[in-house]
Design a protein around this ligand. Structure first.
Ligand code: IVH
Length: 675
């Protein structure tokens, strides 16, 4: 995103997040779901990480805790109630560990617990008796909620004395933890609300927070609050040496803590713990969005200190968000092989559950209507069944003033002025009038094989019709899977003509990239535009990974062409088609105009390479001016093999005088693959 746009977006997000945060923390009455709040908050964090100069102390990302609501006495915490740094992957955990490891000479072990999604609270016991309970507040000063917390049944008013640690019953003992409502109890309460005809509560955390800060302790007592601890602090911190010991003490003095928490000997065990809870966390009795990992030794923990408001020696591991917010840059239409017109939303790229999402199908005109999604809207997206991204809803508060409702019929006219569409009765989909699948298929194969495209001269109108009518080809790529026996069995072909057809098709497995792009028959992509695209992207792989903005950067490509190309490329069926071409050995070839290092050199590959996939290899060769072949011919300079070379490939190369190199030899002598 450009700097100016980033600044505007950041301002906009901050305003809205502050508003939602106020509703949530002060009024305990959020107007939007957690998914929307978290999505916007993460988007802001990501933008600030990309533009650190735009971070200001007032940003909601720079604050811990909640506003103080009033009605309770303010109490200063003996030590600040800190928050944790979030990390999102095993690599981030490793990076954290490397940073920490550098700062100490001692061998480190870890302590891991489940991160509970509740309201942080500190319990102060004096000589074993509950003296005070204070909310986190703004991290320095909290609210005295002792009367309410005394109603929580699992908070002991007096600590049990521990045989192993009798000193805990004397002096000041502070216990920190989370106040929660368990998932089952929450369901029950909401069920009762429905029966009473009242509106449901949004989530257990809000209900817990709202309850603790009620002024009427009787009402509080009627709600099933639970306290689960994660820390115990004594005036003399040498009394408790490790977190493992801290949890053991908590158990002995009658304070609930997660029995699942445990010491991890090394990083490997931490990663195992993370992997295990990825699925198992769904069965926990309370909500969680991650784990907490700390350096087990409390002295080292303390010595490592605090950066900003977060201790260096601990992190919160967050499982990848299955939802995110992003901006709809455009809505394009893809025309499928059956002539069906499918709208696709093109996004500002965003991470969802570990992958980058750039677009999502909107299915049909009714879905656009239902969501009322428009260009420029901010939307919540999620992964359905963990794979396919979908639009959940539009955040109306962020809708640009000048936005216009999408009229699907107008869009069809604008994007495809030469086509006529109709909506068959009872169907949600618009289709191209007169689109008969076999006719479209035959026409598209003829186009692919035509002189200006891939140029397979035996694939004229009549031969194509015979192949399509016999059902031997169902899509463009299928021509490469034709077998001699199938073709010769058709009345139209004799042995010689069948063999000629198969040979001609096999010889067309390395078409020029621009001819191949043109041959795909994407609407509005003529021969010249295909050339421009080939020059810009230089390989099919790069073109496949490009974004709408990349298309618009190509000289001579305007909105209509870019949208048509995006509509085609962002259609999963077409991505499958391109995969199929690749798996059938079709590798379009691009000859770099600039004199690349490998210019004039032709390279074939066999076996599995260890440095990269075959597709990446062909990309690299072509980007450096070389020619990539799937099979060895007399023009091949090098045959590169991964693993062990097959005898027949070897014999053929030797016969043709082609130099045979192992992957390593090629990397050492010709072109370094490891860089
Ligand atoms: S350890 C520096 N353990 O998450 C604070 N915290 O984002 C170290 N939380 O402030 C806290 N479950 O309110 C710890 N098992 C757990 C936790 C946990 C929830 C909360 C806590 C903390 C916040 C940090």
């Amino acid at each position: 995103m450009q700097k100016k746009n980033a600044k505007n977006r950041i301002d906009e997000l901050r305003k809205l997040i502050s508003k939602y945060s106020y509703e949530y923390h002060v009024n305990d009455a959020p107007s939007v779901s957690d998914a929307i709040y978290d999505g916007l908050f993460n988007e802001l964090k990501q933008l600030e990480a990309e533009n650190p100069d735009l971070i200001t102390p007032e940003s909601p990302t720079q604050r811990v805790g909640n506003e103080l609501k009033g009605g309770f006495e303010k109490v200063a915490h003996a030590s600040r109630m800190l928050s944790l740094n979030d990390v999102f992957s095993a690599e981030d955990v490793l990076k954290w560990f490397k940073r920490v490891e550098k700062m100490t000479s001692e061998k480190l072990d870890f302590f891991a617990d489940i991160k509970m999604d509740g309201l942080a609270c500190s319990l102060i016991y004096v000589d074993g008796k509950l003296n005070r309970a204070v909310t986190r507040g703004d991290s320095f000063i909290g609210e005295d909620v002792t009367n309410n917390v005394r109603t929580i049944r699992n908070v002991p008013l007096e600590l049990q004395s521990s045989k192993n640690y009798p000193e805990i019953s004397f002096g000041r003992t502070e216990i920190r933890g989370e106040i929660l409502i368990l998932k089952d109890d929450f369901e029950k309460i909401n069920h009762q609300m429905i029966e009473k005809g009242q509106s449901e509560y949004k989530n257990p955390r809000n209900l817990a927070a709202g309850t603790v800060r009620q002024l009427d302790p009787k009402l509080v007592a009627s709600r099933p609050l639970v306290f689960i601890a994660y820390d115990i602090i004594r005036e003399d911190d040498r009394e408790i040496r490790t977190w493992e010991q801290a949890y053991q003490i908590l158990g002995e003095i009658g304070i609930r803590r997660n029995s699942e928490a445990r010491r991890c000997e090394d990083l490997n065990e931490v990663v195992k713990f993370i992997d295990f809870w990825d699925k198992a966390r769904l069965d926990l009795p309370f909500n969680t969005d991650g784990l907490v990992v700390k350096i087990n030794n409390r002295k080292i923990y303390k010595d490592l200190g605090v950066v900003g408001k977060q201790p260096r020696a601990a992190i919160a591991y967050k499982y990848a968000a299955e939802q995110a917010t992003t901006i709809v840059k455009d809505i394009v239409i893809s025309i499928g092989r059956t002539g069906a017109a499918t709208p696709v939303a093109v996004f500002e790229p965003v991470q969802v559950a570990g992958t980058t999402v750039k677009h999502a199908s909107l299915h049909n005109a009714d879905e656009i209507e239902r969501l009322d999604v428009r260009r420029g809207d901010t939307v919540v997206i999620y992964k359905a069944g963990d794979i396919i991204p979908k639009v959940e809803s539009v955040i109306m508060d962020l809708r640009p003033k000048e936005s216009k409702k999408i009229d699907f019929e107008d869009e069809l006219k604008r994007q495809y002025p030469e086509l006529e569409f109709y909506r068959p009765q009872g169907e949600a989909v618009y289709r191209v009038r007169g689109a008969v699948q076999s006719v479209i298929l035959a026409k598209s194969i003829e186009h692919y094989a035509s002189r200006g495209a891939v140029d397979i001269n035996t694939l004229g109108e009549k031969n194509v019709k015979a192949l399509v009518d016999a059902g031997l080809v169902q899509d463009l790529a299928d021509i490469y899977s034709l077998k001699f026996e199938d073709v010769v069995s058709l009345e139209r072909f004799a042995k010689i003509s069948a063999q000629k057809l198969i040979d001609a098709i096999n010889n067309a497995k390395n078409p020029d990239l621009d001819k191949f792009i043109y041959g795909l028959g994407v609407r509005h992509i003529g021969a010249q535009t295909a050339k421009d695209l080939a020059d810009k992207f230089q390989s099919l792989n790069s073109l496949r990974q490009a974004d709408l903005d990349d298309f618009l950067e190509v000289d001579g490509i305007g909105v209509v062409v870019a949208e048509s190309l995006a509509g085609w490329l962002f259609d999963d069926q077409n991505q499958d088609l391109l995969d199929k071409f690749t798996s059938l050995g079709v590798v379009p070839h691009y000859e770099s105009k600039s004199d690349g290092y490998l210019s004039g050199i032709s390279i074939a590959v066999t076996g599995t390479l260890s440095a990269m996939s075959r597709l990446e290899f062909s990309d690299l060769i072509q980007k450096n001016g070389g020619k990539f072949n799937t099979s060895v011919t007399k023009d091949t300079n090098y045959l590169v093999y991964g693993g062990k070379i097959g005898a027949s490939k070897k014999a053929k190369a030797e016969k043709l005088g082609v130099q045979i190199l192992s992957e390593k030899e090629f990397s050492d002598q010709v072109f370094d693959l490891t860089k």
